[in-house]
Structures are given as C-alpha cells and as structure tokens.
Design a protein around this ligand. Structure first.
Ligand code: PHB
Length: 388
C-alpha cells in the first residue's frame, strides 16, 4: 500500500469507528471506584472489588437505560494518589459518580473534588463520622464508628465490665471510637482507666499490651481498621492477656470476617458491636454469602457489604434519575430505603448518612469455623456523631 492509500484507509476506518464509539459513549455511564488494591489496606480493596463484580454478575450491567462501566483504580491507601485518580476520573473519564474510599484520609482528600465538580461520591468503606459533612455530594454505605461504639458502651457495663482500657488507631475513626465509647460507658457508671493509641502504619502492639496488663482492667476495648485484627489478636493471646482474665471487646473491625476464621481460639468469646456479620441469619444474607463464596472462594466481610450496597444505591439512583445529570443523581441517592444483607438500611435525606441496625455479636465456633454470632440488636441507629 502506498502511503497515500494507507492514509485514506485509515481515515475511512476512523470515520466509520467515530460514530460507533460516540454511540457507545452515549449508551454508557462510568462509575469511578478508588480502592486500596495494594498496600496495608489491600484486603479492603479486594473485598469491595469482589462485591462489585458479584453485584454486576447478579444484576446485569444496565441501569437507567445505560450500560454501567465500573473503573477500578488502585490508590494503594495513599491520599495523594486518591486525589489525583479522582481528578482524572472526573475530568478525563467523565464518571457520573465516585465510589470506594478504603480509609478516612482518602475520602477526605476527595471531598473538595466532589464538591467542585458536583460529582456524587459514595463512601463504601471509610467510617469517621465527619466524612459526610465534608461535601454535600458525599453519602455512605459503610457505617460510622460512633454507631458501633455507642452500642458497646451500653452493653459492657450491663455485663459486668466496669473498668476498661481503650486502644484505638490514632486517626479519625479511632478518635470517634474512643470518644463515643468512653462517653457512653461513663454515662453508664463505668470507668476508663487509660486511653491508648497505636499508629495507622505498621503498628507494634507489644508495648501497649504490656500497659493493658499492668492496668488490670475488666476489659480492653479495641478499634483497629480492617486488616489489623488478626495480628493484634495473635499478640493478645501470646502475651497471655486472655489468661490474665482481661476480656476483649470492641467494634466489629477487630473480628472482621475476612480474617476471623484464621484467628484461632483466642478469638472465641470476643464480643463486638457492628452492622454486619457474615453469619447474619436473613435469607438475603445467606444468598449473598453463598453467591460471594461461590464466585470468589473467600468470605465477605463488612467492607464487601458496603461495596455491594453502594452499587445497589447507585443503580437505584441511576434508574430514578434517568441520566438527568449529577444533581439529579445525587437527589436520587438521598432518602433511599432498601434491604441489605445486613438488614434494612436508609440514607437519611438530610444528613446523607446511613441509618442501620447495630448488632451485638460473640465469636463462636460452628461446624469448625469461627463466626460473629449476633445475639442482640439496636434498630435503625442514626449516626450519634450527627446529633451534637
Ligand atoms: C477508616 O479509615 O475510616 C476505616 C478503615 C477501616 C475500618 C474502619 C474505618 O475498619
């Protein structure tokens, strides 16, 4: 082929391809999902990406008459990456919504981009109360630490636990867990002997566990972000705190279903409060867990449910707003009520915050596996952090 003929052929091919791709473009909506797929919080990315794949396999790829294309980007848990990826997704890919956000600082770094570009942002993992106040375009399908921690502040003193030490990771959700648990247990005539913290990156639990041993509390209350529970539990057992009669309680992040089954007997009897257990006995959850395990060969945790429900929220929103634009989509996300594998959830139209049931659960062995078995529930819990 001569160069000229080659160019003509190329031009024809492009002309043919152009209207097709424009058509395909118009028939597609993109959702940009930013997750830590690598690094210290990779389990969160793995769980949420798996839940999104399951959701689309079960529900198809159409919503609001268009094909939903999910673009998953790895921020490795680093806020500068999240911010850059969010910008690229909004400006270059023209996504209709942003979603994911494995850690609080990653969600907060993206909030100004959501506000400036008027892009709805669905937080599927991060759980500091203040996140939904950082932009009018943020809503959430995870939970808030005050929701979980207050329930434990009610349960513990009614069950013989009066003197406690708290141990939390030193950032947003840890601050929330410590504050709301401590305030509640004081209100219920309990006592906080000491408040301990560990860093988010590469924590070493040995020195704090020694302090806990010396303080001799009835129980140690713990919040650690998903992914750190197994390492903590191992050291708690190795240092003999369970044998010293110190009970372990906390938010459900420490008995995370992603790791629980590998934690061993030291986890048995640990009581936690949270919004999701893979052992939740509803028909919907049984199907969710069975389908998830059939597709991915591992157990879903609370992050997976946040991802799966986030997709439901967005599909419902796209169906209701029929591609009428970002503000119409945002409006359609507010006020939704639907059944989740965790129980019924509501997106409060005023605060854009999730309202959900919070369960008290105990780790038990069933058929040779460890599960968080629910034994009490507080219904329709609003975020206590929004009721200042
Ligand atoms: C958060 O960074 O907001 C976060 C991460 C993991 C959790 C809970 C909260 O398990």
């Amino acid at each position: 082929m001569t160069r000229r003929r080659h160019l003509i052929a190329l031009a024809c091919a492009t002309a043919l391809a152009a209207p097709l791709s424009a058509q395909a473009q118009a028939d597609t909506v993109k959702i940009g999902v930013i997750l830590p797929m690598t690094g210290q919080s990779a389990s969160t990315g793995k769980q949420i990406a798996a839940a999104i794949a399951l959701f689309q396999a079960q529900n198809g790829k159409k919503a609001g008459g268009k094909t939903v294309e999910v673009l998953i980007k790895d921020d490795a848990g680093v806020a500068d990456n999240t911010r850059r990826l969010a910008q690229e997704l909004v400006v270059n890919d023209k996504v209709v919504a942003l979603a994911g956000f494995g850690l609080t600082p990653l969600a907060l770094a993206t909030a100004p981009i959501a506000t400036q570009s008027k892009t709805p942002m669905v937080v599927m993992a991060a759980a500091t109360s203040a996140i939904t106040e950082a932009s009018p375009y943020i809503t959430r399908t995870s939970f808030t630490l005050p929701q979980a921690a207050v329930a434990m502040g009610d349960w513990a003193p009614k069950n013989g636990i009066k003197k406690v030490v708290t141990l939390v990771t030193d950032y947003g959700p840890g601050n929330d867990a410590e504050r709301y648990f401590a305030d509640r247990i004081l209100l219920n005539s309990g006592q906080v002997l000491e408040k301990l913290r560990t860093p988010l990156r590469s924590p070493d639990f040995a020195p704090v566990l020694q302090k806990v041993r010396d303080a001799k509390p009835d129980a140690l209350f713990v919040f650690l972000p998903s992914g750190q529970g197994a390492q903590f539990m191992k050291q708690f057992g190795e240092r003999g705190l369970d044998k010293a009669g110190i009970k372990l309680i906390g938010t459900g992040d420490i008995t995370d279903d992603d790791q629980l089954n590998d934690m061993g007997d030291v986890a048995l009897g640990v009581v936690t409060t949270q919004h999701y257990s893979a052992a939740h006995p509803s028909a919907m959850n049984k199907k969710f867990v069975a389908d998830f395990q059939a597709m991915h060969k591992f157990r879903p945790n609370f992050m997976a449910v946040g991802g799966w429900d986030g997709m439901r929220l967005l599909y419902n929103g796209l169906n209701a707003s029929k591609g009428a634009g970002n503000d119409a989509l945002m409006a359609a996300l507010k006020g939704q009520v639907f059944e989740s594998p965790r129980g019924q959830i509501l997106i409060d139209a005023q605060t854009r915050e999730i309202v959900q049931d919070i369960y008290t659960r105990r780790v038990e062995k069933k058929d040779g596996q460890l599960w968080n078995i629910e034994f009490d529930v507080q219904k329709s819990v609003k975020d206590p952090g929004k009721q200042k």
